[in-house]
Ligand binder design. Structure first.
Ligand SMILES: [Zn+2]
Length: 347
């Protein structure tokens, strides 16, 4: 690439990075290459993702923002005939990254992985698809090219996604708690955890309804702002409502070290994992709070994302990027857990 053009790309990546001014561009370039450009309904959609370090220094990337340990987050932006395509894969609540969670790339090195996309994105409708790697949370990275594929799918072209419900969990109507793969002891623990989550959601909702946005709000969602506060209030109203009135299913089959995960478009099924069972009932990173976090992910509830994990990063996000903080699941969790206690509704 021409040197000036290269500089322009780096500058653009920095500007688009949001909090990018705090970190220099890192020279990570991501390519997505489809195995086939035209596919029929019985073929899997295989792409090769290559992450290349074009800088002169070692680079360290959180494993979960790469496909190298399986896709555990919405790593791609997929469109069909220009419209966004839903992500169907998992979203995980994690502890902040340790060195064991980082992938090291030497200067000039590249690493590739093959990914099957149609189990992760709605790709059963006929159309022209574009697939672009998301670099908005892989700081300093660029993905200059989108991959294009044509899919002759099982469903007709132009069908709106919403006219077709993907997978819904069969659950009794109305409020209630259903268990999958949970032992008696686990069921007991979950019932208490749902109660704790419900209290947190009610308390958070009441605080926001009072409308005096004191330290409890600003610590997790940033400076007072009417539009943002209205969004957070809507989220907590929906979270409270979901715990109070919706049929919740908790699945205990997960054996990963995570706290929990959900499929955002499969309300209200929450999969709990190993870290959940050793977490306290209430307080920071608790079982109750984890359920608030997961509930915030469902598209029909708050549609929250995972921009930052852990209290330190979530607190920093409130200051550096409040628009992301109000869209961050852990920020909702910490506001709900309210530990340390900051409930005073004073001005
Ligand atoms: Zn999450």
């Amino acid at each position: 690439m021409h040197r000036n053009a290269y500089r322009a790309v780096i500058l653009l990546a920095t500007l688009l990075g949001g909090i990018g001014h705090a970190a220099p561009p890192r020279g990570i370039v991501v390519e997505v290459t489809p195995a086939r450009q035209s596919l029929t309904r019985n073929q899997d959609i295989i792409v090769t993702v290559t992450i290349r370090n074009t800088s002169r220094t070692w680079q360290y990337l959180p494993k979960w923002q790469t496909p190298f340990a399986g896709v555990q987050a919405p790593l791609f932006d997929v469109t069909r005939d220009g419209l966004p395509v839903s992500y169907l894969g998992i979203m995980v609540k994690r502890a902040p990254p340790t060195s064991a969670d980082l992938i090291a790339l030497a200067p000039g090195a590249a690493r590739s992985s093959r990914v099957e996309l149609s189990a992760l994105y709605r790709m059963d409708i006929t159309g022209a698809y574009t697939i672009r790697y998301r670099t908005d949370r892989l700081q300093g990275a660029t993905a200059p090219l989108a991959a294009s594929v044509w899919i002759d799918g099982r469903l007709p072209r132009g069908l709106p996604e919403s006219s077709y419900e993907p997978v819904t969990t069969a659950a009794p109507a109305g409020a209630g708690l259903t268990f999958n793969h949970c032992s008696n002891a686990q069921q007991d623990s979950i019932a208490a955890s749902v109660q704790a989550a419900q209290s947190m959601a009610q308390d958070g909702d009441a605080y926001l309804r009072a409308g005096v946005l004191a330290e409890r709000y600003t610590s997790w969602f940033g400076p007072r702002d009417e539009a943002r506060a209205a969004t957070v209030a809507r989220h907590f109203d929906a979270i409270r409502d979901a715990f109070a009135t919706r049929p919740i299913t908790v699945d205990c089959a997960c054996t990963q070290p995570w706290y929990a995960y959900v499929y955002p478009n499969q309300p209200y099924t929450i999969h709990v994992c190993k870290a959940f069972w050793t977490a306290p009932l209430t307080g920071t990173d608790s079982r109750g709070g984890t359920l608030v976090h997961e509930m915030s992910h469902f598209t029909v509830v708050a549609g929250a994302d995972d921009w930052a994990y852990g209290q330190a990063a979530a607190g920093a996000l409130a200051g550096s990027n409040p628009d992301r903080a109000i869209d961050n699941a852990d920020s909702h969790e910490y506001f709900g857990e309210n530990t340390p206690y900051r409930n005073a509704r004073r001005r």
